[in-house]
Design a protein around this ligand. Structure first.
Ligand SMILES: CC(C)(COP(=O)(O)OP(=O)(O)OC[C@H]1O[C@@H](n2cnc3c(N)ncnc32)[C@H](O)[C@@H]1OP(=O)(O)O)[C@@H](O)C(=O)NCCC(=O)NCCS
Length: 150
C-alpha cells in the first residue's frame, strides 16, 4: 500500500538512499564520493527543522519508494508564496506506477495550504524523462534559468 507522509530526522537513511538514486538517475553519481556525510547530515537536519522546507516521502509497504522536497518563499509582487521543488525522485523499482503523480499532487496540496500560488521546478535540459513527466503533471515552461559559479 502506498503511503505519503512528511519525512522526519529518523528518515535520514531513507532520504540518503533516495538522493543517491536521484544522483544515479541524473548522472551526478560521480560527485557522490565528494559528499562529506557530516555536512550532508547537518544540512539535512537544518532543512527538516525549517518551516520553509517540506520533505514528502512515499512508502510502498513501508519501503522508501520516492521523495519530493520543496521550499516556500514569499513573493514581493503578489504577497503570495511560491514553492520550488528542488529534488524529486521515484525509485527505479517503483517508477511508472503513479508514485510520482501522487507525490506532485501532495506537494501541490501542501504548497496551497502554505499560501502558495505557484509550484515551480527546474530540471536539466537533457532530462527528457523529467520534462515529459512535469508536462504531464500540468507544469508549463515559463522561464529560462541561469546560474553563475561563485
Ligand atoms: C520523473 C519521475 C519522478 C516520474 O515518476 P513516476 O512515478 O515514474 O511517474 P508516474 O508513474 O507517476 O507518471 C505520471 C505521469 O507522467 C508520465 N511520465 C512518467 N515518466 C515519464 C517520462 N519519462 N516521459 C513522459 N511521461 C512520463 C506517465 O506516463 C504518467 O502519465 P499518465 O498518468 O497519463 O500515464 C521518475 O521517473 C524519476 O524519479 N526519474 C529519475 C529522477 C528524475 O529525473 N527526477 C526529476 C529531476 S528533478
Amino acid at each position: 500500500m502506498l503511503e505519503i507522509r512528511k519525512a522526519a530526522s529518523e528518515d535520514e537513511e531513507k532520504i540518503f538512499k533516495l538522493i543517491r538514486e536521484l544522483a544515479d538517475a541524473v548522472g551526478f553519481a560521480e560527485q557522490a564520493p565528494l559528499i562529506d556525510i557530516g555536512i550532508w547530515s547537518a544540512t539535512l537536519k537544518k532543512m527538516l527543522s525549517s518551516p520553509d522546507w517540506v520533505f514528502l516521502l512515499a512508502l510502498e509497504d513501508g519501503e522508501a519508494a520516492g521523495l519530493v522536497l520543496f521550499f516556500v518563499r514569499p513573493t514581493l509582487t503578489t504577497g503570495m508564496n511560491r514553492a520550488t521543488i528542488t529534488e524529486m525522485v521515484v525509485t527505479e523499482k517503483a517508477r511508472g506506477k503513479g508514485v510520482g503523480r501522487v507525490l506532485v499532487e501532495e506537494a501541490k496540496k501542501h504548497a496551497l495550504q502554505m499560501g502558495c500560488s505557484i509550484l515551480a521546478v527546474s530540471t536539466e535540459l537533457d532530462n527528457a524523462g523529467a520534462t515529459g513527466f512535469y508536462r504531464k503533471m500540468g507544469f508549463t515552461q515559463e522561464r529560462t534559468y541561469y546560474e553563475a559559479q561563485l
